[in-house]
Design a protein around this ligand. Structure first.
Ligand code: HEM
Ligand code: NAG
Ligand code: NAG
Ligand code: NAG
Ligand code: NAG
Length: 531
C-alpha cells in the first residue's frame, strides 16, 4: 500500500487511529525483517512467500530444495533471506572449493551445537570442548580434527578393513545354497552396522552385547533433526530420544570400563577418547559424545553400499564385466577358500571403482555447512573469469554437492547411472587437448561427496574398503534377485532429508525383498578377505 493509497483510505472515513497503528507496525516489521545487502554480496534470491518461503521450502523439499532453487535461477552463489538472517548457498564448484579451504568459514560452531543439543554433552564438558585456542595452543576442535585424520592414516586402516570385512565374510559364509530376506536394505544395514562398529570398538563392541542397539542407531538417525531442535525431545521425538539414551548408556559403560584402551580397538576410537580425557572430559561424557562417531561412520556408508549394489544388479551388461575384474583379485585355494585381495581394487577393478564413484555422484547430495566468522571475500577463477563475493560475518553458508553432481559438466545424461563415467579414458594425459583437460579439471572440482578442506571426511578410505569388499563377495559369489526371483530394477534416486549426505531407501526400495543364491561354481567356497 502506498502512502497516497493510505491517505485515500483515511479520507474515506476509516478510523484513522487504527490504520495509523497498523501502518506503523507494518513499517517496523518491514524494517526489522529487511535484509541489508551490500552490493558485493551474492545476489538475493527472494522466496515466493515473503520472509518465510525459504524455510517452508527447506522443510517441505529438504535437500531437493537446493536443486529446485538452482533450476529456478542458476546463480553461482545466492543470498537466501531467512526471516531475520541470511543463508548463502553456493552452487558453483569453484566457489565451493574455495569455501572448503577458507579459514574464515568455520565448521566448528556446528560441531559445538551438535555436541550440546544433539548429543546432550554436559555443560561442564562443553567448557574444554569450546576452548577456542590461544597464542600457544590450538583450539580443542582443531587438535581433535587433526588427530582424526592421523588416526585414519594408511597404517591404521588395515586393522579396520580386516575387522569389518571379517564380519561380512562370517555373514555370507552362513548362507547355504539360498537365503531369503524380506528387506535387502535392512539385511545389509544390519550386517554393516555390526561390521563397522566391530571395526571401531573391537571385541567389546557394545552393539555385539546388545543387538537391539543396531536398530537404535537408525531410530536415532531417523529423527536427527527433531533431536537437534531440542524442544522437549522426550515428548516430541520419543523414539529417537529413547534410542539416543540407550546407545549412550552402552557407550558410557564401554568408556567407563576403558575398553577403548584394548589392542583390537581402532586408532580412531582410541585417539578421540584420549584427547577428550586429556582435556578432563569424564568417561560419561565421552560415551555421550561418541554416539557421533558411531553415527557418522554408519549413516552414509550403508545406504551408499545399498545403492551401489542395486545399480550393479540392474546393469546386465556391466555385471559380467565387473565379475571378470573381480576374478583377477580372488584366489581359490585347494581347500575351497576364496580370498578377496582388497588392496587390488584400485589397480585391478577400474570399472568397479568407477561404478562406486558414479553411485556416490548420484546418491550423494551432502550439504556442507559453514559459518562466516569474519567478513570475507570469497573468490574463484583468474583473469576475466575471476569472481568475488562479500560474505558477512555471522551468516551461514550451505554448499550442496547435489547441484554440481548433476550439472551439465557431466553431459546430457547427467541424471543417468553410467558405470564407466569415471574410467580413466584410453587416451593418456599428454594426448588430451586443452579443452579435454579443462573438462577433466572441472569434473574433479564438481565432485565432492566427502566435503573438503580440513573437514574432508576422514572415513572415506575405510568406507571404500568396506563397501567394495561387501559388493565384491555379493556380486562375485552370489546371484541376488528380488523375492520372486526376478532381476532387480534400476533405482531412481530422489534427494534425502536435510542433514543426510546420502538419500536413504524408502518405500519400495526399503521393502525390496531378495533371494540370494550361491553362484554356480562357488557353492562350496568359504569367503575371506586379505587386507
Ligand atoms: C560413503 C560414506 C561416507 C560419506 C558420503 C561421508 C561423508 C562425509 C561428509 C560430507 C563429511 C563432512 C565434510 C565437510 O563438511 O566438509 C564427513 C565428515 C566425517 N566423516 Fe564421513 N562419510 C562417509 C563415511 C564415513 C565413515 C565410514 C567414517 C568413519 C569410520 C566417517 C567419519 C567421518 C568423521 C569423523 C567426520 C567429521 C570430520 C570433521 O569434523 O572434521 N565417515 N563425512
Ligand atoms: C546447560 O545449562 C543450561 C542453562 O545454563 C541448561 O538449561 C541446560 O539444561 C544445561 N544442559 C545440560 C545438558 O546440563
Ligand atoms: C584398507 O582399504 C583401503 C581401501 O581399499 C586401502 O586404500 C587401504 O590400502 C587398505 N589398507 C590396508 C592396510 O589394507
Ligand atoms: C594381495 O596383493 C598385494 C599387492 O599386490 C600382494 O602384496 C599380496 O601378496 C596379495 N595377497 C594375496 C593373498 O594374494
Ligand atoms: C578473514 O578474516 C580476517 C579477520 O579476522 C580478515 O582480516 C581477512 O581479510 C579475511 N580474509 C578474507 C580473504 O576475506
Amino acid at each position: 500500500m502506498s502512502i497516497t493509497d493510505a491517505f485515500s483510505f483515511l479520507l474515506q472515513g476509516y478510523t484513522p487511529s487504527i490504520i495509523l497503528i497498523v501502518l506503523g507496525v507494518l513499517l517496523i516489521i518491514r524494517q526489522r525483517l529487511a535484509i541489508q545487502l551490500d552490493p558485493q554480496e551474492p545476489p538475493i534470491l527472494k522466496p515466493r512467500i515473503p520472509y518465510i518461503g525459504h524455510i517452508i521450502g527447506l522443510l517441505q523439499h529438504q535437500s531437493a530444495y537446493f536443486d529446485k532453487l538452482y533450476a529456478r535461477k542458476p546463480l553461482p552463489i545466492a543470498t537466501l533471506p531467512m526471516i531475520t538472517s541470511k543463508l548463502y548457498v553456493i552452487n558453483s564448484a569453484s566457489l565451493a572449493q574455495s569455501a572448503f579451504r577458507h579459514k574464515n568459514l568455520s565448521f566448528d560452531p556446528f560441531t559445538l551445537e551438535f555436541a550440546q543439543r544433539m548429543l546432550a554433552v554436559s555443560n561442564e564438558s562443553m567448557v574444554p570442548i569450546r576452548f577456542p585456542g590461544d597464542d600457544k595452543t590450538p583450539s580443542f576442535l582443531a587438535e581433535f580434527v587433526k588427530e582424526l585424520h592421523g588416526a585414519m592414516a594408511e597404517k591404521h586402516l588395515g586393522k579396520m578393513n580386516a575387522s569389518a570385512l571379517q564380519r561380512v565374510a562370517d555373514t555370507v559364509n552362513e548362507i547355504g545354497t539360498t537365503f531369503e530376506t524380506e528387506s535387502l536394505y535392512l539385511w545389509l544395514r544390519n550386517m554393516m552396522t555390526l561390521a563397522t562398529s566391530d571395526a571401531l570398538f573391537g571385541s567389546h563392541n557394545p552393539l555385539q552385547r546388545d543387538r537391539s542397539l543396531v536398530d537404535a542407531i537408525w531410530n536415532f538417525d531417523s529423527d536427527l533433526l527433531g533431536i537437534l531442535l531440542n524442544i522437549y525431545p522426550a515428548v516430541t521425538f520419543p523414539k529417537a530420544y529413547k534410542a539416543r539414551g540407550d546407545i549412550q548408556a552402552a557407550l558410557i559403560e564401554y568408556y567407563t570400563a576403558k575398553h577403548d584402551l584394548e589392542p583390537d580397538v581402532s586408532q580412531m576410537t582410541k585417539a578421540r577418547a584420549a584427547i577428550l580425557r586429556k582435556h578432563h572430559v569424564p568417561d560419561t561424557d565421552i560415551g555421550s559424545f561418541e554416539l557421533a562417531l558411531l553415527h557418522v561412520s554408519t549413516a552414509n556408508a550403508i545406504p551408499t553400499l545399498f545403492w551401489h549394489l542395486l545399480f550393479l544388479l540392474s546393469s546386465p551388461t556391466v555385471l559380467p564385466l565387473i565379475r571378470a575384474e573381480l576374478s583377477t583379485i580372488i584366489t581359490l585355494s585347494p581347500s575351497r577358500e576364496a580370498t578377496v585381495n582388497t588392496s587390488l581394487f584400485h589397480t585391478h577393478c577400474p570399472l568397479l571403482v568407477s561404478s562406486y564413484r558414479e553411485t556416490i555422484r548420484l546418491a550423494n547430495s551432502q550439504a556442507g555447512s559453514r559459518r562466516v566468522i569474519a567478513d570475507t571475500l570469497l573468490s574463484s577463477g583468474d583473469g576475466a573469469q575471476r569472481r568475488e563475493f562479500l560474505l558477512r560475518a555471522g551468516a551461514d553458508v550451505q554448499i550442496p554437492a547435489g547441484v554440481p553432481h548433476l550439472s551439465s559438466i557431466w553431459g546430457p545424461d547427467a541424471a543417468e547411472f553410467d558405470a564407466e563415467r569415471f574410467l580413466e579414458k584410453d587416451k593418456d594425459k599428454d594426448q588430451k587437448d586443452g579443452k579435454e583437460k579443462a573438462e577433466d579439471k572441472e569434473m574433479k572440482k564438481s565432485f565432492f561427496p566427502f566435503g573438503g578442506g580440513k573437514h574432508l571426511c576422514p572415513g572415506r578410505s575405510f568406507a571404500f574398503a568396506e563397501i567394495l569388499g561387501c559388493v565384491a563377495v555379493l556380486v562375485a559369489g552370489f546371484e541376488v534377485r528380488d523375492a520372486e526371483g526376478r532381476e532387480i530394477g534400476r533405482p531412481r534416486l530422489g534427494r534425502g532429508r536435510l542433514g543426510d549426505a546420502i538419500v536413504k531407501p524408502e518405500g519400495e526400495w526399503r521393502g525390496l525383498g531378495a533371494r540370494i543364491r550361491r553362484r554356480e561354481g562357488w557353492e562350496d567356497v568359504r569367503w575371506r578377505f586379505e587386507c
